[in-house]
Design a protein around this ligand. Structure first.
Ligand SMILES: C[S@@+](CC[C@H](N)C(=O)[O-])C[C@H]1O[C@@H](n2cnc3c(N)ncnc32)[C@H](O)[C@@H]1O
Length: 235
């Protein structure tokens, strides 16, 4: 059960979500989980700082760890990622996939972020193993033939539904389709949008969630972790 509580912060009020574990704040739960994580490589920690400084949205460490765990436990070898940013989630996935001789294709539309990702892959010594593509996934995704056994959607949220049939086509049976930020900062659940232009994106994400949970070729679970993740398994 989720319960909203208003707390004063910087003279404004923010909605703090409480979880039903003796009223523990969600932040406390996340901190507890994060403290249990094995120490991260220096490069990953530096990338977290780089992302914070440049205000680049990247997955939280525990979400990255979950992606890594999913790829590792499902013997994933062929990954497609939509939305590289500076390559943080890509490098977590690479840790699971590259030692098995796998490959990762990742798409980024923003040139400075694409360049940052390129240097981060170089620093990690994996630049030859990751197919980093500069361009618009809204067009490029239809050129991808795969097959992939793991697709991570982390960009163009309003397009997730449009991408769905293509993702299913290029995903192998037994493969995973993971969509990030499906709650869109909670707006998908509350229906209350901060800006008028987010109304369409919220509707499209709701339609995406209905589509993946009811799709005959998929088994989907929605995880209320971070900003919501939809994990779909192709039957
Ligand atoms: C949430 S960030 C990705 C974060 C990254 N997956 C991580 O966790 O480290 C989303 C990225 O997708 C990129 N993006 C947005 N629309 C895109 C599109 N149509 N095609 C490719 N990339 C896009 C943005 O520039 C941004 O860097």
């Amino acid at each position: 059960m989720l319960k909203g509580k208003l707390l004063p912060q910087n003279e404004e009020y923010y909605l703090i979500i409480e979880v039903a574990m003796n009223g523990l704040l969600r932040d406390e739960v996340i901190k507890y989980i994060r403290d249990l994580m094995p120490p991260r490589d220096e490069l990953l920690v530096n990338m977290e700082l780089e992302a914070a400084q440049k205000m680049v949205p990247i997955v939280e460490p525990e979400v990255a760890q979950m992606l890594y765990w999913l790829a590792l436990s499902h013997n994933v070898t062929r990954v497609l990622e939509v939305g590289t940013a500076i390559g943080y989630s890509t490098l977590w996935l690479a840790k699971a996939v590259l030692p098995r001789g796998g490959s990762i294709t990742t798409i980024e539309i923003n040139k400075p972020r694409y360049e940052s990702a390129k240097s981060n892959f170089k620093r990690a010594g994996v630049e030859d193993d990751i197919n980093l593509i500069f361009g618009d996934a809204r067009e490029l995704i239809y050129e991808m033939t795969g097959p992939y056994d793991f697709i991570f959607l982390d960009a163009a949220k309003g397009k997730y539904l449009d991408f769905l049939e293509q993702c299913i086509n290029i995903l192998t049976p037994g493969g995973l389709l993971v969509a990030d930020d499906v709650f869109m900062r909670g707006m998908v659940i509350s229906g209350e949008v901060d800006k008028k232009r987010n109304k369409t994106a919220v509707k499209r994400l709701r339609d995406y969630l209905k589509a993946v949970t009811g799709h005959p070729q998929l088994e989907t679970v929605i995880i209320p972790f971070s900003d919501g993740l939809a994990l779909s398994y192709k039957k």
